[in-house]
Design a protein around this ligand. Structure first.
Ligand code: CU
Length: 140
């Protein structure tokens, strides 16, 4: 029994290590567009910055508060705004990506709860190293 507890503890420790508040990526002014009642999809905006000396390749996003998080880009095609999904994104050293209305954004799909002005956690998956935890505040 003790061994089982130890195994669970070890597994938890390993999982905890993979999600970290690291200096691999930082976010500033990350915010979530408020969701009107009855709606379960919204978008997140802000700036994600790579403060490190190396290239960081972002391979995905997720959030415990949403079923799916996708990186999208809005583009005008023949006068019509269309969104396309971006599957991976490379951030050069000390470079940032700006997420803003009408441009790149995080599509937050399938809200699992209502948020009541609580910050929402967004996990950024990075190739080779695991995930970085960022926080998005509720917009007004
Ligand atoms: Cu979108």
């Amino acid at each position: 029994m003790r061994q089982v507890f130890f195994a669970i503890f070890t597994l938890a420790a390993v999982l905890a290590c993979q999600v970290q508040d690291s200096d691999e990526l930082t976010a500033s002014d990350l915010w979530l567009r408020p969701m009107p009642p009855g709606q379960s999809m919204t978008a997140a905006y802000g700036t994600i910055y790579n403060p490190g000396p190396g290239v960081v390749r972002i391979t995905g996003f997720s959030s415990p508060a949403f079923e799916r998080v996708e990186l999208h880009e809005t583009r005008m095609e023949q006068g019509i705004a269309r969104m396309r999904r971006i599957h991976s994104l490379e951030l050069q050293a000390r470079d940032s990506v700006i997420l803003e209305p009408g441009g790149k954004h995080l599509m937050m799909i399938g809200a699992r709860q209502s948020f009541d002005h609580q910050p929402v956690e967004i996990l950024v998956e990075i190739a080779g190293t695991g995930a970085v935890k960022l926080q998005a505040l509720q917009g007004q």
